[in-house]
Design a protein around this ligand. Structure first.
Ligand SMILES: O=C(O)CCC(=O)C(=O)O
Ligand SMILES: [Fe+2]
Length: 495
């Protein structure tokens, strides 16, 4: 009887097909037969649009010497603050040297993170499966596997360490190292934010006070990027910006971080004893867009395991983050973002695809929208991002009055809960012919074919009236805004 040699391509296929049962990229990457990645991990970039380079000599990555904020001459301190401002404005990030976190502590934390990922999968799974952004410890893979169209070559653990400290109990020593590291980085982040406030022309403690940092959210996000057999096809973390004010990032000496600068992806080296400080979305909002949260991503390699640990310094969960009133001028520099609770922003980010600044851009666009005109549909929930007292006009396809039942009122209710004015609905009398009686539910997909007509005369009268009402309301609102500043107390310390 003839026998056939095992088919290598069949082996690969069975590994790929069984990848569903791998609960982490680490276990997938460690399977000895794996030579190519499952198709669910194939991330497409357009090589024609992709320019990846090291930084130019004449436009180097900004480096800030933290010690000059404390032990420098007044001139050195003033220059350092100006340099921080320039880095936040032009790059959205900088490298921080001579800071007050001991090198040995940074290395110990990275070792402990590595030891955590090396625990047995069952031990780590104790922290898996959580979906809520407020859950204290979340172990997982990719970003949000139920949402991600493509999976990312990354495992992570996210831990909320302030206002309440949490930590996994294993490996031994993790809790103590993490507590010490978080205490030091928290101090560092708050001091940096004082310099950043000053660089914006605000009182030194402005951000600390208005973002309620005594109760601020601090989170550790530790990422593990296992070696990948086809690194050019996979992505560790896709282009994104972070929530929060600052992200203080350390790495294990393996490169992989890239930032977008002037439409080019710039490789950021992994320098020992150095923090990569990333401007995050809420700092962009507070600065009314002067400082830009930086779009960054993590690429993977086939050689080494990479670890990065991000420390997110963020407003308290309940703080409504909005542009600093001192930086707004209604005539020349109006508020470009709507005020939004930090917790709601995090939830919006979790339930959206992680891509570039899509969440921040929604907040920005809706924040300057006074009048939202939209067909009945889920996109209308974005109205809660608009400035209070704005207007919503709703349009229904043919037949929906009869078919939608009580659901036709949903966006009226949401408008009333979120402080908007629902200005009524218009129903299309024309549309495709349905062979069934109009109140038959089988007409729903026929009428819901994406086309909604409009009545020009009715629409012109309706929108003219709504616009006039909005103008009156907003002028009244602007004249009643209280611009009094609370007093401030600024002081600095390193430890
Ligand atoms: O791994 C990196 O260098 C980036 C990590 C990151 O962007 C994040 O955790 O938000
Ligand atoms: Fe990030």
């Amino acid at each position: 009887m003839a026998s056939t040699a095992p088919d290598a391509s069949q082996d690969q296929e069975s590994i790929k097909n069984s990848s569903i049962k791998f609960r982490s990229v680490k276990t997938l990457a460690e399977s000895p037969e794996l030579t190519s990645i499952p198709s669910s991990y194939t991330f497409t970039t357009n090589p024609d649009d992709e320019l990846v380079t090291d930084p130019d000599d004449d436009d180097p990555i900004p480096v800030i010497d933290y010690s000059l904020l404390f032990i420098g001459t007044p001139d050195q301190r003033a220059k350092t603050i100006r340099d921080i401002g320039r880095a936040c404005e032009q790059w959205g990030f900088f490298m921080l040297i001579n800071h007050c976190v001991p090198k040995s502590l940074m290395e110990k934390l990275v070792d402990q993170v590595f030891a955590f990922f090396n625990l047995k999968e069952e031990e780590k799974q104790e922290y898996a499966g959580s979906k809520n952004v407020t859950d204290p410890i979340r172990y997982g893979t990719s970003f949000n596997p139920s949402m991600d169209k493509v999976k990312f070559w990354r495992d992570f653990i996210k831990i909320i360490v302030h206002p309440e400290f949490h930590s996994p109990d294993k490996p031994p020593g993790f809790r103590d190292t993490c507590a010490e590291y978080c205490r030091k980085t928290r101090k560092l982040g708050r001091e940096l934010l004082k310099g950043i406030s000053e660089s914006l022309g605000l009182e030194a403690d402005y951000i600390d006070r208005t973002m309620n940092l005594d109760h601020g959210l601090q989170m550790i996000a530790a990422n593990l990027y296992s070696p990948c057999p086809q690194p050019e096809l996979a992505m560790g973390m896709p282009p994104h910006s972070d929530h929060g004010l600052l992200n203080l990032l350390i790495q294990n000496g393996v490169c992989g971080l890239q930032v977008l600068h002037n439409n080019r992806w710039i490789n950021v080296t992994s320098t020992p004893n150095c923090f990569v400080v990333l401007v995050s979305d809420h700092l962009e909002i507070v600065s009314n867009g002067k400082y830009k949260s930086v779009v960054h991503r993590a690429v993977v390699s086939n050689k080494a395991t990479r670890i990065s640990v991000a420390t997110v310094v963020a407003p308290s969960m309940d703080t409504v983050v909005e542009p600093a009133s001192e930086l707004i001028d209604n005539e020349t520099n109006p508020a470009a973002y709507v005020g939004m609770r930090h917790k709601d922003y995090m939830e919006l980010q979790r339930t959206n695809h992680l891509y570039g600044k899509s969440v921040l851009n929604q907040v920005k666009l809706m924040g300057v929208t006074d009048m939202l005109i939209s067909p009945h549909g889920a996109q209308l929930t974005n109205m809660f991002l608009m400035e209070r007292n704005s207007s919503v006009m709703e349009l229904y396809p043919k037949g929906w009055l009869k078919l939608a039942g009580v659901g036709q009122y949903v966006y009226r209710w949401i408008a009333s809960w979120s402080g908007m004015n629902h200005e009524g609905s218009w129903r299309d009398p024309n549309g495709d012919h349905c062979p069934y009686p109009e109140d038959d539910r089988r007409c729903m997909p026929l009428f819901k074919n994406g086309r909604i007509g409009y009545d020009e005369k009715h629409f012109a009268d309706w929108s003219r009236r709504v616009l006039a009402d909005i103008t009156t309301r907003k002028i009244h609102q602007a004249s009643t805004i209280n611009t009094t500043l609370p007093p401030s107390t600024a002081h600095c310390a390193c430890n």
